[in-house]
Design a protein around this ligand. Structure first.
Ligand SMILES: Nc1ncnc2c1ncn2[C@@H]1O[C@H](COP(=O)(O)OP(=O)(O)OP(=O)(O)O)[C@@H](O)[C@H]1O
Ligand SMILES: O=c1[nH]c(=O)c2[nH+]cn([C@@H]3O[C@H](COP(=O)(O)O)[C@@H](O)[C@H]3O)c2[nH]1
Ligand SMILES: NC(=O)CC[C@H](N)C(=O)O
Ligand SMILES: [Mg+2]
Length: 541
């Protein structure tokens, strides 16, 4: 890639940080989530991280679960230097086994595998005064936990004490008497362990003494300071914005940091929703004071989409045209903006990359899998020689929303459903043209209007109307009709990886269907998509 990535004072250098070392468990990132919910900053790194190469010092380290068994030849192991860091360590599941492996290698496959709920009995020592009891401080003597393991400790490692047991796991919790090292066989990070967050808090706050200072208010101040230091007094930044929450929050933050030295570009690709380009312009420019250039490239996009019906081809055309238009605009802005007394050349490109993208690219996939690099519009950079600035790269989506609220971005924008870059082109199935776009736009407005009126917008994660490339027969005013079909889609999801269709009541669907057929010329039928993801995807193309 042509770009350099940013460096400068990052959150782990300004906030007390708990390091999660990921051994490939599907729950590793949840440990980070739970700690952030406790206002403790946490970062996840792959278990292969060399401690000597870590440019900051964590307040504590958590070793995650893993699909591997510690005794396997190919099993990943933590850099032993972690034990020289002189900070508390908590091993979860594989992490516990890894602690035991380091302290005597007594781990083997169990005859009894343990998946699902179990009851954990807490063992207290010296009247609960010993340091080894701090992990379960304030927790009831018997709690419900969630297990998922097939290996066990053959015996207690030397210097350790048992701090918890279950019916089938005599070493469900262990602690080292000489140092604050703890291991638990169950998963505190999943919601099936109701007191799990309290246990993580006991570790991070009670044992590691991490300050609970991570909040979006504090993040804003530090991030603005960081951006200013990074960009310098004259540096300029350019960024693509869509009106979606991620790019808007990133743009607002940039604007707060460097004012008009930030240049936002919105590309009207002709497949946005009804009046969307104008609305976004109004919100960003007038409402939020962001320096925005709107490029109307709709003719170029629609010209290239003419006659194309293959979904992947549509996406490619839009993606490539987008890069072309963005680059041309960037050059124009650069030429116009560079070299003035107050502002230097444009050196930076803003991107709205979020933490899940980062996690996806760094999470430990095992020795055979190549580690993916994240997919955020890298193509924009080719030949542009811009450095990347990604102010949201440490944040989860709900944190981005909290940050947006904190920056004074209106509620309805902060809670906007995501809208895909290829826009209505992938919601008009088959060929995209002005007439098909009109139908899709008008139907979509009615559907979303009714969802809002019913107070369901925030409950639903994403909703839209799609236009099917077929005609059906109907009868309107005693006349035979042969017209098009609208498919409605509404889903509930937390991560957009899996999703369930939303169970509207019949009256609601009746109302939407009646309005669309009556108000949108060219439509004689309305269907509701009742396919979950998988096997369906959220978008229809
Ligand atoms: N029409 C557009 N004009 C300019 N940039 C765009 C446009 N559409 C997408 N982008 C860029 O592509 C990025 C990825 O889009 P994506 O939809 O994932 O994020 P978003 O629109 O910021 O937020 P959300 O996921 O809530 O829609 C955006 O952050 C923005 O930088
Ligand atoms: O910016 C985007 N560019 C795209 O090409 C794209 N395709 C799907 N999506 C959005 O991703 C989420 C999952 O969608 P799918 O289930 O259809 O894959 C949903 O939120 C989709 O709207 C896209 N967003
Ligand atoms: N969830 C885990 O970390 C499992 C660890 C190990 N693979 C076991 O089965 O015991
Ligand atoms: Mg979007």
């Amino acid at each position: 890639m042509a770009a350099n990535t940013e460096t400068a004072i990052e959150p782990h250098k300004t906030f007390d940080t708990i390091l999660v070392l990921d051994f490939g468990s599907q729950y590793s990132h949840l440990i980070t989530r739970r700690l952030r919910e406790l206002n403790i900053y946490s970062e996840m790194l792959p278990c292969t991280q060399k401690i000597a190469e870590l440019p900051w010092k964590p307040k504590g380290v958590i070793l995650s679960g893993s699909p591997f068994s510690v005794y396997e030849e190919i099993a990943p192991h933590v850099d032993p230097a972690v034990f020289e860091l002189d900070v508390p360590i908590l091993g979860i599941c594989y992490g516990l086994q890894e602690l035991a492996w380091y302290h005597g290698k007594n781990v083997l496959a169990s005859e009894k595998k343990e998946y699902g709920h179990a009851f954990l009995d807490i063992h207290r020592h010296a009247g609960g005064e010993s340091h080894i009891d701090r992990l379960f401080q304030g927790i009831a003597d018997r709690i419900q936990v969630w297990m998922s393991h097939g290996d066990k400790l053959a015996k207690l490692p030397e210097g350790f004490e048992v701090i918890a047991t279950t019916g089938s796991a005599p070493f469900a919790g262990i602690a080292y008497t000489k140092k604050p090292y703890f291991g638990i066989q169950f998963h505190p990070e999943v919601t099936h362990t109701p007191q799990g967050t309290q246990i993580l808090a006991n570790f991070a706050v009670g044992i590691c003494h991490a300050k609970q200072e991570w909040s979006m208010e504090k993040f804003v101040d530090k991030e603005i300071e960081r951006i200013r230091a990074l960009v310098g007094e004259k540096g300029q930044v350019i960024g693509a914005v869509s009106g979606g929450v991620d790019s808007t929050v990133a743009a607002k933050l940039m604007h707060e940091a460097i004012g008009n030295r930030f240049h936002a570009v919105l590309v009207d690709n002709g497949v946005m929703r009804l009046n969307e380009a104008q609305q976004v312009q109004e919100t960003l420019q007038k409402g939020l004071g962001i320096n925005l250039t709107v490029v109307d490239a709709s003719e170029k996009f629609l010209g290239r989409l003419k006659g194309v019906t293959e979904p992947e081809k549509k996406r490619k055309i839009i993606g490539n045209t987008f890069i072309e238009v963005f680059q041309d605009t960037a050059k124009e802005i650069t030429a116009a903006a560079s070299g003035s007394a107050e502002a230097g050349p444009i050196e930076w490109l803003l991107q709205g990359t979020l933490y899940p993208d980062v996690i996806e690219s760094i999470s430990f996939k095992g020795p055979s899998a190549t580690i993916k690099t994240h997919h955020n519009v890298g193509g924009l950079l080719e030949g542009m020689h811009l450095k990347l600035i990604e102010p949201l790269r440490e944040l989860f989506k709900d944190e981005v929303r909290a940050l947006g609220t904190n920056l004074g971005i209106p509620e309805e924008l902060v809670w906007r459903h995501p809208f895909p870059g290829p826009g209505l082109a992938i919601r008009v199935l088959g060929e995209v043209n002005a007439e098909q776009l009109r139908i899709a736009r008008e139907a979509d407005v009615i559907f979303i209007e009714e969802i809002r009126a019913a107070g369901l917008y925030r409950k639903i994660s994403q909703a839209f109307a799609a236009l099917l490339p077929v005609k059906a027969v109907g009868v309107m005013g005693d006349k035979r009709m042969h017209e098009q079909v609208i498919a409605l889609r509404a889903v509930e999801t937390t991560d957009f990886m899996t999703a369930d269709w939303y169970p509207f009541d019949g009256e609601f669907l009746k109302r939407v269907s009646r309005r669309i057929v009556n108000e949108v010329n060219g439509v004689c039928r309305v269907l509701y998509d009742i396919t979950s993801k998988p096997p369906g995807t959220i978008e229809m193309e």
